[in-house]
Design a protein around this ligand. Structure first.
Ligand code: AMP
Length: 450
């Protein structure tokens, strides 16, 4: 199958070829013809599957077929949960549309309204926006959505998680009902189905992969370690393995700042990306990381959602996320576009039940190995994690996880009755030892460096 056979034409094909893409990914193969034919879409696709191009390419194709009105009204609108994703989607649209005379812009919070107003006044064909800031513009009368023909809700599940549902509904009141609506979501919760029922008109359903799966080319491992030794272990791993580019996740903004400072004092250039930073500071941090000036980028979940960083071989969970699905999103930052990736989780005694939730979601155990010299102290009692819901069932609390050292399996932590891993030795050498789940892997093509 080729992009041409999906119905895309010259200017887009040229831009796609420039990117080095050779064949459409599964989501692209299904979504492109459906969107070109004008259907509404309810699509489930995990990150890294090429979903941005799956909606962008057909939208651009359709827009390019009709000459824009003189005042250049907004004809396509993409809503995203975060500023980073908005900036990234805008960059992708510009990349794919570079041979077309279309005007593309993004608006999001954390930056001044003035330049955005000026940009909107000049005319925009495709607008990418976060809901809050777009509502501000609508309230002031500086954005007009009355000519929008196609609406995309990207990462709709995340937008709902972040409380944007009312904003989204208010925005949609400004858009005519004879429009095309494309809804992308990693999960299909009851809330998402309700939203889809309300907004979509006889949609085509696309599900390219089971949700909550991890790409096969990402190797996952857990390193048990004491709470207070995580930072030391992380510095040790980065230094001894000579990792040059590592994305590290922490649960809180404060934790991210503290860790980055500590790593910096260990001699590792580090920066942070989280919601307390201004947009320009976040963009600067990301840019330094992509250009290799910063070796470690410490991120929180919201800020890192949707980040697309070429050549990111290592993702570290310094803390496990409170929400198991976030684990999948986090480690989806590595192993993109068919590259190999390592996802490493440093897990202390407080987090055993979070790990179990993740393993339950993945329907597999994550191999666990202790780094010599960092063996957990079995006498340390678990402490509650702020904001994390402890499961009420008996399997949820106290049960430890087994790990192996010198081929012998033992248990650490908790001490409660019989976690499902107890007594089961885990592989000392973890690479490739886990069962892999079916997941879409992008076709390798030569890719541009960020
Ligand atoms: P996304 O899922 O939209 O975040 O895309 C993930 C990555 O895959 C991006 O870096 C894209 O540039 C890349 N990509 C998208 N489509 C293709 C394709 N057909 N072949 C190779 N790489 C692709």
């Amino acid at each position: 199958m080729t992009f041409e056979s999906l119905g895309l034409s010259g200017k887009l094909l040229r831009a796609i070829a420039d990117e080095g893409y050779e064949t459409p990914t599964p989501i692209q193969a299904e979504a492109i013809p459906a969107v070109l034919a004008g259907h509404d879409l309810l699509a489930s696709a995990q990150t890294g599957t090429g979903k941005t191009a799956s909606f962008t390419l057909p939208i651009l194709e359709r827009l390019n077929q009709v000459k824009p009105a003189r005042n250049r009204p907004i004809r396509a609108l993409v809503l995203t949960p975060t500023r980073e994703l908005a900036a990234q989607v805008e960059a992708s649209i510009k990349t794919y549309g570079k041979y077309m005379p279309l005007k593309i812009a993004s608006i999001y919070g954390g930056t001044r309204m003035g330049p955005q107003i000026a940009r909107l006044r000049k005319g925009v064909d495709v607008l990418v926006a976060t809901p809050g800031r777009l509502l501000d513009h609508l309230g002031q009368g500086t954005a007009d959505l009355s000519s929008v023909e196609t609406l995309v809700l990207d990462e709709a599940d995340r937008m709902l998680d972040m409380g944007f549902i009312h904003d989204i509904r208010k925005i949609i009141e400004h858009i005519k009902s004879e429009r095309q609506t494309l809804l992308f979501s990693a999960t299909f919760s009851r809330q998402i189905r309700k939203l889809a029922d309300d907004l979509l008109n006889n949609p085509q359903m696309i599900e390219v992969a089971r949700t909550n799966t991890v790409a096969e080319n990402v190797t996952q491992v857990v390193h048990p370690v004491d709470r207070h030794r995580k930072r030391e272990l992380l510095s040790h791993m980065i230094g001894s393995k000579n990792w040059r580019r590592v994305l590290v996740f922490t649960r809180t903004k404060h934790g991210a700042n503290r860790l980055a400072e500590q790593l910096q004092s260990d001699g590792l250039t580090s920066d942070t990306i989280h919601g307390n930073k201004s947009q320009s500071a976040r963009a600067r941090a990301l840019d330094s990381f992509k250009r290799g000036k910063v070796r470690v980028l410490v991120a929180t979940d919201v800020a890192a959602r949707g980040l697309d960083i070429d050549e990111l071989p290592h993702v570290v969970n310094f803390d496990l996320p409170n929400v198991a699905e976030d684990y999948v999103h986090r480690i989806g930052r590595t192993g993109r576009a068919g590259n190999d990736g390592d996802a490493i989780s440093l897990v202390c005694v407080d987090e055993h039940y979070l790990l179990r939730n993740i393993e339950r979601l993945l329907k597999r155990d994550i191999p666990s190995t202790v780094i010599p010299g960092y063996e957990p102290d079995l006498s340390i009692a678990p402490q509650p994690i702020p904001g994390a819901k402890r499961p009420s069932n008996r399997s949820g609390s106290g049960a430890g996880k087994s790990y192996s050292r010198n081929g012998q399996s033992r248990r650490y932590g908790g001490g409660g009755g019989g976690g499902r891993n107890s007594g089961r030795p885990s592989a000392p050498n973890t690479r490739g030892s886990g069962k892999s789940l079916p997941a879409p892997v992008l076709n390798k093509g030569k890719r541009k460096q960020a």
